[in-house]
Design a protein. Sequence first.
Length: 321
Amino acid sequence: MIAGVVCIIAAVMVVPQLIIKLRRLPLTPKEQLDAEAAIRTAIIQLLGGLVLIAGLYFTARGFRLTREGHITDRYSKAIEQLGHDNRDVRIGGIYALERIMHDSQPDRETIVDVLATFVREHTRVGHNEPSKDPIGADVQSAISVLGRRPGIEEETKKLDLYHSGLNHADMAGQDLRGVMLYYSSLDNTTFAGANLTKASLSFCSGKDVAFTNCSAIGANFVNAAYIDSWFLHANLTRTDFYGCDLSHSDFGRRYIELGQPPFPPATLTEARFTKAKLTGTILRGVDLSTVRGLTKDQLAEAIIDANTIPPEKWGTSDDEE
């Protein structure tokens, strides 16, 4: 500080004289004093501007550090709530973490990992063994927060819900693109209207699962079991049902003459059905012209009608192992 004060005094008192001396102008004593005063005023204004800029910088830095400190305190408190024995307190912690996700972009990935871990650990009964019980209100809250988290389109890491027991979970309308649900239990789970683009639903088991009106373009259902489930009006373009048990599930059109409002069938453009089980699967009015791996024996087990369009190219039991 002392050195700074000395430099300022030198700049104000000495620099104007040096400038005039170096210019070697023919000035009278009065003109020289006036010139020094003008230069001195300009230097003072410049120094004042520099001081103002420095003040703004340190003020902004202090504000940022204070804000980060508040977010850290909020995060710590929310984590404490997440581990509380009372379910209502845990729900409060979940929504507190959602607020931090919106306020602090750098913390989003960590919070997503924390909530995904919470869902996995609260829906298992052992190591990698999903529970068969319906989920609780706290797990549903965590799922809802994950399904509407900000910045999904910028994420490079997929949402990990491996081996989760998500029975009776409501994921309707959520953005779950790329979600990994391998080996999960999904009885009575609803994905109606959800975005399941490139989602991984392979090796799962579920009964009465609702995929109605969802977008599952490029999703994987390999070697899973979705029995008595609904795929009406779902976009299943390039979806992989290899080895999937789809017994008694409904992909077909609902007709007015059946006493129900009309409902479009699923879109199955280039979907793969190699070794899929279609016993009692409803394919009324479904366009199967571009599907892959579907055999005549498989289709014979399904429920079709005159509006069902068969594949242009039939598959065999050895297709696309």
